[in-house]
Design a protein. Sequence first.
Length: 437
Amino acid sequence: MQKVNLPRNEFKLTRNSLNSFLNLYDSSIITCFIADKQSLTDEMLNTLIASTPKLRMLSLRGCRCLTDLSVMEISKLLNLKCLRLASCPSVTDVSIIHLSKNLPCIEYLEVNGCVDLTDKSLEAICRGWNKLKHFKCAALSKITDSGILNLSTNLSDLNLFQMSFSFQRIVGLKTLHFRNLHCLSLITIPESSEDFLISVLKNNANLKSLSLVYCTISGKFLLESYDFSLDFLSVIGCNNFGSHFYNIFTDHFPIFELSVTINSHCGYDVSFPGIKKLSARFSSTSTLNLSENLERYKFLKSDSLVSLTIWHKNISIGQNCLEFVINNCRNLQYLSIDRVLISNSKILSFNANRSIRNLFGRYFMSLDFEFIYKLSRALPSLESAAFSHSYNLTAEMIDILCENCSLLKSVGIFGCKKISDLEKMQLREDNNIELLD
């Protein structure tokens, strides 16, 4: 089994370069090929199909030059199980209908942004691909209620967002019931769709994962849908979910994992009782003065908090925020924090935190040796770190980090101008780490 991923930035795709790239591999055993956002033409795709007969996974996301002429040729890949056609705007019903009749093994399909697809495609997908388990469709303005009702009941993973159909009419026409639906993702759906969600939760007993992203709905529908048992709930950018809802809901319903955006509607008292695994993200909003108020949030001291993201587009975050998180979030494994202003590293006092394994940071301002030394001593279990666009970062600081963090495998240094190419080479050799630049 061999996987090929065409590099996006430094690799300019032409017919000759594609052939040269394929010659680097034994194309007869390539089973996975990723060509996302490449200038792949119909002729190139035909060459690829002819050269890789055993493909099981093909990703063509953002290949905007492709048309039905070559996409229909994908039907020759009889072992193909995963097909990603997201953001291929020239793909129409013609190729999807053809593939559904001639490519029987598809289990995973993405058609996000294939703007000319209509209900005919969804009907063909339902009839032709009875093994389809994972389906993602987005920004398909020509899809109607009738098309959604044709979706296969065998789906286990359904992702719908930025669609133009009416959730109310779907509920009125038919009770939505998918025999094997385990995962549902809904993005930018309106408040008027709560009846739809109640129907889904009450009639799909196997649903275990629900993701709601930038939806204007409130939490009322979850409190009313008492006959369900979710393992995972993700609520990102849904401003109508407040701390009162979270405290009641998470205390009464058995959810193992929760991913949530903390915004101005969540009070300091939100604690997420009953959650075993919590991922929290502070939103980029000027109403949250984190440098002054971070320590007031009760959930930050919860043993369930394993992932935390703190970022703001325009306002820097005080070094006291980072100090508080490292010293108090004792089970935290992943920390992402942006625009930290190191105002005075001499007064920083980190306690050892052996749980944090991943630290992702951008735009750390006024980095110095003392800060890096104290940080590395406080995080002995660190396996990956990033300080992208942190202009004061030097090669000597990375050496200090590697010396104190013996498990460190990779460091992100994109946009760090003070580290020369020669120093990068030396860092890789001396510390046996991967530098992501």
